[in-house]
Design a protein around this ligand. Structure first.
Ligand code: K7E
Ligand code: CUA
Length: 652
């Protein structure tokens, strides 16, 4: 035991050493690119990028939008985190988006965006992304670039092997990283083995509106489910999940979860389970999870608490779940565009293991089994193996595909991207990354039709790539041209938060659907005001509702009296503009809140509880016109026992 412990610690130490000194690798860093390469990323002023990239924000909880090839950041879309920049999670309309069974949770850790698909091709309708910490899946509209829906995932913990979608967006799939007692209960952590479970959730997506619903959860053995990808083409109907900690250790995992020579890729025949469930199979388990939906017409989100979820035990559906042995704590689980090859990126493995879907079916048919785990058949390793890439690098994490028969794998420890050929498994090229690369993205990389022109690597350590900004640097991404035989480094660009994965798509597929305004005629917000005639102030006990409008360059009303200390004031503000890109802001002195940034035609509500007697200003925060500085108003706040009547005016 001691010996095993030592040798494993040595492996771990190698991980650490390489990580800390790989910036010594600077000799290969040719700072000067050929002018030819510079031209390749130059997007002239006023011209547009050819691709959108949606980059996960990691611990920012959000999603950032970039252009490729320029590497320019266009937007941060708030998803799981409150965002004072536009009031998301602060306004009354958006607060329900962050409700969970634990209450209001204004932060998460988002890792893997994935774009919706039709027939295996990116259709550019929605981006899905996972919240890791308080397990949730979000759907973001690529029409409004706003988060439209968030569903909590019960029985899950560390929602990491998420959020990947099937080839017709039938499901967005979420797998738990940490196994936990299901249902949760008060037991000793030492009783982990055999008692904890790993829930893999299949969340159906309504083809028209995108609405999500947990169709079923497969309750798997208590391993860690790290990443996943859908089968496609011939393997459509299957889903693959990498596992680690098949040792089921509950402490010092860096050692105790690195004992087994092989962990597993779990292969799930979701079509089979779907059929079982459609015929009434599975068990409804009492639980609690929030389902939050934003409505574009009312400009308002609602949160509903769901009370049960359908769970399926793998042994209930024979032939639906298999385990494929895969060397050494695999991280990424990637499926090539044809659906034939399943790559298991064994973090501690010398070689990169590739499984064959065809051989998997054959092994199942001919019962080439190597035992079972909790009654789930383990397939024979050799029987499924397609081949392996011999010693391609150290610490493989993730693989993407260019649609031309090549795969690109990131190596964290040796800090490089390695290009290799599917089928022959030969290494074709390798390029350093700066430094310690995690994921990489090729537009359409998780689809049947990747757009193999660009690839970008998202790195974990930045060090000297930019001007120093104190002890913590934003993470760096590197863009490569992959249209030729050899990868060519084109550009470094900083990212925000901690990008893990990113999803990218040709701009053509998205840009023409992008919304320019919200039509006032379609505004169904119950507290909208569509003209001066609609503006009013209504007292309801201590609640004061202000129905306000904003347009260049005034608020209506802009003088308000009769508010008292102890009141709760709700500013319901409608932006009357019907021009593209003319939002107005609203900020109120002393509001324990953020501002509102209100899009043209939208209604938003800010709550303010006046603390002090006096006359208090509010103003527009977005420089909207030549007379933006004039866009302001006052609220008179009187003592709690005052008998001043509510009154309001504009221009008097
Ligand atoms: Cu960062 Cu996909 Cu969460 Cu690998 S994961 S790096
Ligand atoms: Cu409206 Cu500034």
């Amino acid at each position: 035991m001691k010996k095993i412990l030592k040798s494993t610690l040595a492996i771990v130490a190698v991980f650490a050493v390489f990580t800390s000194c790989n910036n010594a690798d600077k000799s290969s860093n040719s700072g000067a690119l050929s002018s030819n390469n510079a031209e390749k990323v130059y997007v002239a002023p006023g011209e547009h990028d050819s691709h959108y990239a949606f980059i996960s924000g990691g611990y920012s909880g959000n999603l950032t939008v970039y252009g490729l090839p320029s590497g320019r950041m266009f937007k941060e879309i708030p998803v799981f985190s409150q965002f004072p920049t536009n009031g998301y999670g602060y306004s009354e309309e958006t607060k329900p988006m962050l409700e969970t069974s634990y209450g209001f949770v204004p932060w998460d850790d988002s890792h893997h965006p994935d774009i919706s698909q039709t027939k295996g091709k990116l259709d550019g309708r929605w981006v899905f992304i996972n919240g890791n910490n308080t397990p949730r899946i979000a759907r973001i509209s690529l029409t409004t670039f706003e988060t439209e829906e968030i569903i909590e995932v019960p029985n899950s913990a560390g929602n990491h092997s998420s959020s990947f979608i099937t080839e017709n967006t039938e499901y967005v799939v979420a797998g738990t990283r940490f196994s936990v007692p299901v249902p949760q209960k008060d037991i000793s952590i030492k009783d982990y083995k055999g008692n904890f479970k790993g829930a893999l959730s299949f969340i159906s997506v309504d083809p028209e509106h995108g609405h999500m619903d947990i169709k079923f959860q497969v309750l798997m053995p208590g391993f860690n489910y790290d990443l996943s990808h859908p089968g496609r083409g011939k393997s459509h109907g299957w889903f693959f999940f990498t596992t680690y900690n098949t040792e089921e250790a509950n402490s010092l995992l860096e050692v105790n979860a690195s004992q087994n020579d092989k962990d597993f890729i779990a292969a799930i025949n979701w079509k089979k389970i779907e059929e079982y469930v459609n015929n009434g199979g599975g068990t409804m388990m009492p639980t609690e999870y929030a389902h939050n939906v934003y409505d574009d017409d009312t400009h308002t989100a609602t949160s509903t608490m769901k009370k049960e979820v359908r769970v399926v035990n793998p042994t209930e559906v024979p032939g639906a779940v298999y385990l494929i042995p895969t060397p050494k704590s695999p991280h990424g689980c990637d499926v090539d565009p044809s659906g034939e090859y399943i790559v298991g990126n064994g973090k501690l493995s010398a070689n990169l293991t590739v499984h064959s879907f065809t051989k998997m079916l054959d092994a199942i048919k001919n019962e080439k089994f190597a035992g079972e785990a909790y009654d789930i058949p383990i397939l024979n390793f050799e029987g499924v193996l397609a081949g392996s890439v011999e010693q391609p690098g150290l610490g493989p994490l993730h693989t993407e595909f260019d649609g031309k028969g090549n795969a690109y794998t990131t190596f964290f420890i040796s800090s490089e991207v390695v290009k290799w050929k599917l089928g022959t498994w030969e290494v074709i090229d390798r390029k350093p990354t700066y430094y310690s690369v995690g994921h990489l993205t090729i537009p359409g990389g998780n689809s049947a039709e990747p757009f193999g022109k660009y690839m970008f690597a998202m790195n974990k350590i930045t060090k000297d790539r930019y001007l120093p900004t104190g002890p913590e640097m934003e993470h760096s991404a590197q863009l490569y041209d992959i249209s030729g035989d050899k990868m060519e480094l084109l550009l470094d660009f900083p990212t925000h938060g901690e990008p893990h994965y990113a999803a990218a798509i040709p701009a053509e597929i998205v840009k023409n659907n992008s919304r320019k305004i919200f039509k006032l005629s379609e505004n169904e917000h119950p507290k909208k005001a569509l003209s001066d005639a609609d503006t009013k102030i209504v007292r309801d006990g201590k609640n004061v509702h202000v129905y306000m409008t904003m347009i260049r360059s005034h608020f209506s009303p802009d003088n308000i009296e009769g508010v008292k200390v102890g009141d709760k004031v709700f500013f319901h503000i409608t932006n009357l503009e019907q021009d593209f890109d003319v939002p107005h802001g609203f900020a109120m002195i002393g509001a324990r809140n953020a501002e509102l940034l209100i899009a043209p035609g939208q209604t938003r509500t800010l709550t303010w509880e006046p603390q002090k007697v006096g006359v208090w200003p509010f103003y527009c925060t977005d420089f909207c016109s030549a007379l933006h500085q004039e866009m302001q108003g006052y609220v008179r706040v009187s003592p709690a026992n005052s008998d001043i009547e509510l009154s309001w005016s504009l221009g008097e």
